[in-house]
Design a protein around this ligand. Structure first.
Ligand SMILES: Nc1nc2c(ncn2[C@@H]2O[C@H](COP(=O)(O)OP(=O)(O)OP(=O)(O)O)[C@@H](O)[C@H]2O)c(=O)[nH]1
Ligand SMILES: [Zn+2]
Length: 355
C-alpha cells in the first residue's frame, strides 16, 4: 500500500528509530481543520498530531500534506502522529500574519508543473516567479503551456519560454483534444508526486481531471464520521494517478508564488540578495573580488552552488526576455502610431477633398 505512495528504502532507513518505538509509517493525504487523513499499510486513517507536534515552536515543524509520518494506531482513540520524517523537498510560504514564520504547504514534491495558458499573454515575470518557487522547493520544474488547441503558433511561444526556463522541459498540452497528456504524465515516475502551480484560469483543474480520468470522484472522496457521529465527505488532497505517481492539489499549492508576487526574485532568493548586499563592493561581480560574500558562502558550503547557478541564470535570462519584450512592445507601439498617422492624414485628405 504505502509503496504506491512513494515509500522507499531511504525512507525505511530514516524510519528505523520510529519502527523500534512501535510506530507505523504513513503519508498525509489530506489535512482538515480537526486532523489529518493518513495512508498507511492498514488503509487510510484519521489521525491527530501529538501534543508535542502541535506545540512545535516553528510552523514549519507542523505536519503538512505530503509528509511522511510516524504514527501510533490506537483502536479506541484513533491514530496519533508523533514525528515527521525529514522532508526531501518542501513548498513553504510566509504565514499571513508574520514575515518570520514559514509554513509548509506541501512536502516531498518531486515534480512541479508550472502551468500557463497559450491563449494568455506571455508573462515572463509570472513564469519566473513560479519557476523560482519550484526551484526553491527542491522539486523539478516542468513548464506546461495549456490550451494548445487555441494557439496559432504554439512553437513560437514554446521557444520564447524555453529561453527563460533555464533548461527545464517546456511541454504543450490540450486537455480538450487530449494532446500532450501522455508526455506530461511521463514526467512523473511511479511513486513520485507532482503539483500544478499557476494562475487562475490557466486550466489546472481541467488537467487534474484529465490526469485522473473517470476515476476522479471515486478516488477523491473521503467518507468519514466526525466526532459527533455525523457522516461527512471531504476531499483527498494527495491522490494516486492511474498512470502511477501521485498528484497533490490544494488551493495553497496552486497559489504558491503569488504571495511573493510583487517582490519577485528578491524574495524567493532573499538569502542570496542578502549576501549580495554584504559584498564589499557595490558592483561586485561575485567572481574573485575581495570581500565577496557570495564567494565566501559558496566556499564555506553555506550557499548551494546549484541554487546560485539558478539565481544567475534566471536573472540573466529574465533580463534578456524583458528587453526583448520591451523591444517588441516598442515596435508594436511604433506601428500603432504610424497607423494612426496614416489614418489621420487620410481623414484630413478626405476632409479637404470634401470641401
Ligand atoms: N480550449 C481549451 N480550453 C481549456 C482547456 N483546458 C481548460 N480549458 C478551459 O479553461 C477554463 C479554465 O480552466 P480551469 O481548469 O478551471 O482553470 P484553473 O487553472 O483550474 O483555474 P482555477 O480553478 O481558478 O485555479 C475553463 O473554461 C476550461 O474549460 C483546453 O485544453 N483547451
Ligand atoms: Zn560578491
Amino acid at each position: 500500500m504505502i509503496k504506491q505512495y512513494g515509500w522507499s528504502d531511504a525512507l525505511a532507513k530514516a524510519f528505523e528509530p520510529h519502527a523500534r518505538a512501535g510506530h507505523a509509517p504513513g503519508r498525509i493525504v489530506a489535512q482538515h481543520r480537526d486532523g489529518y487523513q493518513v495512508a498507511t499499510d492498514e488503509g487510510e486513517l484519521r489521525a491527530k498530531a501529538s501534543g508535542r507536534l502541535m506545540h512545535a515552536a516553528e510552523e514549519a515543524e507542523h505536519p503538512a500534506v505530503g509528509d511522511w509520518v510516524a504514527l501510533s494506531l490506537n483502536p479506541t482513540q484513533g491514530a496519533t502522529l508523533h514525528a515527521i520524517l525529514p522532508r526531501r523537498t518542501a513548498f513553504v510560504r510566509r504565514a499571513a500574519d508574520s514575515v518570520q514564520t514559514l509554513q509548509v504547504i506541501a512536502a516531498n514534491i518531486d515534480v512541479a508543473f508550472v502551468v500557463t495558458s497559450l491563449n494568455a499573454d506571455l508573462n515572463p515575470r509570472r513564469i519566473e516567479r513560479y519557476l523560482a518557487a519550484a526551484w526553491q522547493s527542491g522539486a523539478r520544474p516542468v513548464v506546461v503551456l495549456t490550451k494548445s488547441d487555441l494557439a496559432d503558433d504554439p512553437q513560437g511561444q514554446v521557444d520564447a519560454i524555453a529561453a527563460l526556463a533555464a533548461g527545464c522541459p517546456v511541454l504543450t498540452v490540450s486537455a480538450r483534444q487530449g494532446q500532450g497528456l501522455a508526455a506530461l504524465l511521463a514526467q512523473v515516475a511511479p511513486g513520485e508526486t507532482c503539483v500544478l502551480i499557476g494562475s487562475s484560469g490557466v486550466g489546472k483543474s481541467t488537467l487534474v481531471n484529465a490526469f485522473l480520468g473517470e476515476e476522479r470522484m471515486a478516488t477523491q472522496a473521503i467518507r468519514e464520521t466526525d466526532d459527533q457521529g455525523r457522516h461527512t465527505t471531504s476531499h483527498r488532497q494527495l491522490v494516486l494517478l492511474p498512470s502511477g505517481g501521485l498528484i497533490l492539489d490544494t488551493p495553497g499549492i496552486r497559489e504558491v508564488g503569488l504571495i511573493d508576487a510583487e517582490e519577485g526574485l528578491g524574495v524567493v532568493f532573499d538569502d542570496i540578495e542578502h549576501l549580495i548586499r554584504t559584498c564589499k563592493f557595490n558592483d561586485c561581480g561575485h567572481v574573485k573580488e575581495p570581500g565577496c560574500a557570495v564567494r565566501g558562502a559558496l566556499d564555506s558550503g553555506a550557499l548551494d552552488p546549484a541554487r546560485w547557478a539558478h539565481f544567475q541564470k534566471l536573472g540573466a535570462e529574465l533580463a534578456a526576455v524583458q528587453s526583448k519584450a520591451e523591444r517588441l512592445a516598442n515596435d508594436a507601439e511604433r506601428r500603432r502610431l504610424a497607423g494612426l498617422q496614416k489614418t489621420y492624414r487620410a481623414t484630413k485628405r478626405n476632409a479637404r477633398s470634401g470641401d
